[in-house]
Design a protein around this ligand. Sequence first.
Ligand code: G3I
Length: 392
Amino acid sequence: MKTNRLLALLMASALMLAGCGTSDSSPESSGETVTASSSDSSDNSSYVRNSRFVDTSDYPSLKELYKDKFLFGCAISTKVQETPEYTELAVQQFNSYTAENAMKPEAVLLYSKAIADPEKYQEHAPITTKNMEACLEYAKANGFAVRGHTLVWHSQTPEWFFYKNYDRDGGELADRDLMLARMENYIKDVLEWTNENYPGLIYAWDVVNEAADDGSGMRQSLWYKTIGEDFVAKAFEFARKYAASDVKLFYNDYNSYQTRKQNDILKFLKPIAEAGNLDGMGMQSHIGEYLNVTDYFSAMKRYHDELGVEIQITELDIGKNNKDDWELSQGAFYAQFFSSLLKTIDEGVPVTSVTLWGLTDDMSWREGENALVFNADLSRKEAFKGIVSAIK
Ligand code: G3I
């Protein structure tokens, strides 16, 4: 049995016992006992393999196939971390880890402590490192490099964080100076804690997520309302101040290939890139077969050309169409997408990692759209075969 597979299984079990993070329900654990791997007969470790999962041991590995191109990642939920079969597949396929939810501000900021003495914590909200620690221990034990997701976002940041005295019922919004202090302290705390405890593990952070509006201009978020439109620049300034030199600072957004949104994003990112505070553009890529692949990769090239930064595809999933043969069609689309990606890299665009936003269709945030590459029973979809065929 390969060491990393054993570690993966042990770590998943340990985390299950520790009840890490905010847990989803675990699968039933009845099933046959199998040898964890048949590849090395010198190790007779075994575990109870849940019979609702197929054997995945002979799958080609995406991280191996693409190892000369970029890191291949997956968004991992606590449910994946707690389930040995999910972890085994994730370790076989991927070498980059993004916490699907457990490293977002709502999983880090600590309301109970803040509200116990709001004056004391007025400028410096207390945090808990418990959820981040569970994620980073898991990533470390399983050999994943980590994308940190995310520091400054309008969503999954508790509303109380934006109010004077952390008033949960609203009241008065914090003013610009107060929010700048809170932002700086939050970024400092997270970046310094992760670097001190897990040096070299996190290779990129999504410093700001989704600041562009779906209409036009900047999203009217509580970050925007309290600080003003330079909140993005300030976040990157603070991140640069506290991040270790080997951590890349990313802006991350969805529909970032669309011309209007791209123009808006470039407008606020250009001065940040010129100041030397931006290292990368994250194109989330929650897409469907409607996507004009040529336009998408032209947009990718434009980010690189105009900002002078590297690119990562941070949250890829491709929803199915409504036809009977959707699975074949989705597989062909995944193949076309990855072929175009490889061509774009060959043309000189530095794409340093690609992350699928979830492991199996049943765990995807896009319920009913079957947007990922593995079925619930871990069997391979045409989508998986499409990604494999693009590089073979
Ligand atoms: O934590 C609560 C839990 O206590 C409660 O029991 C449970 C009941 O439904 O809800 C849990 O919260 C859920 C949370 O995920 C954690 O599991 C929320 O309902 C659910 O809405 C939330 O969804 C996440 C979503 O971000 C929220 O914006 C998705 O899992 C996650 O995949 C998604 O990821 C985002 C990226 O971070 C940014 N880009 C878009 C992407 C897709 O929306």
